[in-house]
Design a protein around this ligand. Structure first.
Ligand code: DAT
Ligand code: MG
Length: 139
């Protein structure tokens, strides 16, 4: 059965471009309820840990540098079928391939700087939510 939470980050590029409000608007219009949210900044160590699964990929260093270069908005979102529906809302990793109406189509500038994160499985959604938030910070 599909789970009902996912984890997202509004990435440094979208924060720098002033798109926090626009992206939160799309998320809420998409039917997601905010369970937890914070404005924070990842250290290079934390960014590296979060993306450890990509540590052997050629873009890992660039990814860690990008994700730690400025503040982000981290949030836990609730909706039926949250992981899959949120991946649909944000669109393909590469904005050149993202569908019309998706967050990445609207706000991502490249495959590396693609405005938002969305968990890829129910298992990872829980791991990622707990990586950023204590149980007492989720409502
Ligand atoms: P997603 O964020 O859609 O889940 P992913 O998990 O494959 O994509 O990769 C994580 C992030 O790494 C992605 O949002 C941006 C970066 N990335 C992925 N592929 C890349 C590439 N070919 N070049 C540069 N950055 C890349
Ligand atoms: Mg991913």
């Amino acid at each position: 059965m599909a789970g009902n939470i996912t984890f997202t980050m509004i990435k440094p590029d979208a924060v720098e471009a002033g798109n926090i409000g626009n992206i939160l608007q799309m998320i809420q219009a998409g039917g997601f309820r905010i369970k937890a949210m914070k404005y924070t900044k990842l250290s290079p160590e934390k960014a590296g840990e979060f993306y450890a699964v990509h540590s052997e990929r050629p873009f890992y260093g660039e990814l860690v540098e990008f994700m730690s270069r400025g503040p982000i908005v981290a949030a836990v979102l609730e909706k039926d079928n949250a992981v899959e529906d949120f991946r649909t809302l944000i669109g393909a990793t590469n904005p050149a391939e993202a569908a019309e109406g998706t967050v990445r189509k609207a706000y991502a500038t490249s495959i590396g700087e693609n405005a938002v994160h969305g968990s890829d499985s129910d298992e990872n959604a829980l791991i990622e939510a707990n990586f950023h938030f204590a149980g007492t910070e989720m409502f």
